[in-house]
Design a protein around this ligand. Structure first.
Ligand code: DGP
Length: 113
């Protein structure tokens, strides 16, 4: 989508600190980090959110989480990290391109607000 900021980052049309990219997935640091490590892992293909995924996306969704695990190791936060997917405005979703937040590097309270 031409006006989607994450699509633009995936296509290198907008700047971002990209940590990983392959044919399916891109990962980059969050612009407004909520923890010492805050990385977004996104599908390269535009999917607005969890409400739009289907069985055909099973492998892609799995890959987002496998990449998140690899980045957690690379960032040395394996002692404790959190993976978050906000879906819908009431859950705090502000960018409508599916993304997994990888948060770590500090103690994380539960439940999230
Ligand atoms: P969410 O609230 O779950 O939709 O998370 C969106 C996240 O995206 C939020 O933590 C801030 C981040 N973000 C928004 N715009 C940009 C951007 O242009 N670049 C980067 N790197 N992150 C962004």
């Amino acid at each position: 989508m031409s006006n989607c900021i994450f699509c633009r980052i995936v296509r290198s049309e907008s700047p971002a600190n990209i940590l990983y990219q392959d044919e399916d997935v891109t990962a980059f640091r969050d612009l407004h980090p909520q923890a010492p490590v805050h990385i977004l892992i996104v599908p390269n293909r535009h999917i607005a959110g969890m409400a739009q995924v289907g069985p055909e996306d099973t492998a892609l969704l799995g890959k987002l989480f496998v990449v998140a695990r690899q980045l957690a190791e690379r960032e040395k936060i394996v002692d404790g990290y959190r993976l978050v997917v906000n879906n819908g405005p009431q859950a705090g979703q502000t960018v409508f391109h599916l993304h997994v937040h990888l948060l770590g590097g500090r103690a994380l309270s539960w439940p999230p607000g």
